[in-house]
Design a protein around this ligand. Structure first.
Ligand SMILES: [Zn+2]
Length: 128
């Protein structure tokens, strides 16, 4: 008998195939692709990071909408965005509203730090 297949429960799922039961990640009563579960998890982490460290009174709908726009519309790398937000919190940079995150995504200084961080992680050394 063929393995049971599930439709991914993630609203932003971009994977067209169904999920074989053995590969599904179950959260609550929904089943997700591994990648979708990770994306969802990272977005939740960014949302909580913002609420806990930047503005606990932020309009959550607005915050989530900006994060979704960055990741799903602008296709900003999600790991970069998480790194950038952590960096901003670490340096206590001023974030006026969730819309400021669009500038954070394009911040050259943070992008440079991100490249360095990745090189460090992959054990490469800088040429020159
Ligand atoms: Zn999915």
């Amino acid at each position: 008998m063929a393995e049971k297949q599930y439709v991914c429960g993630y609203k932003h799922c971009k994977i067209h195939n169904k999920i074989p039961a053995s590969e599904a990640v179950i959260v609550g009563n929904r089943r997700y692709h591994i990648q979708c579960a990770e994306t969802r998890e990272k977005l939740n982490e960014m949302r909580d990071l913002y609420i806990d460290n930047i503005d606990k009174n932020v309009a959550i709908v607005e915050l989530v909408s900006v994060l979704n726009q960055l990741i799903f519309t602008k296709n900003v790398n999600i790991d970069y965005m998480l790194f950038a937000m952590k960096n901003v919190v670490l340096r206590k940079l001023r974030i006026k509203s969730p819309y400021t995150l669009h500038y954070i995504a394009e911040n050259k200084q943070i992008q440079t730090l991100w490249i360095k961080e990745n090189k460090r992680k992959s054990g490469e050394t800088f040429a020159n």
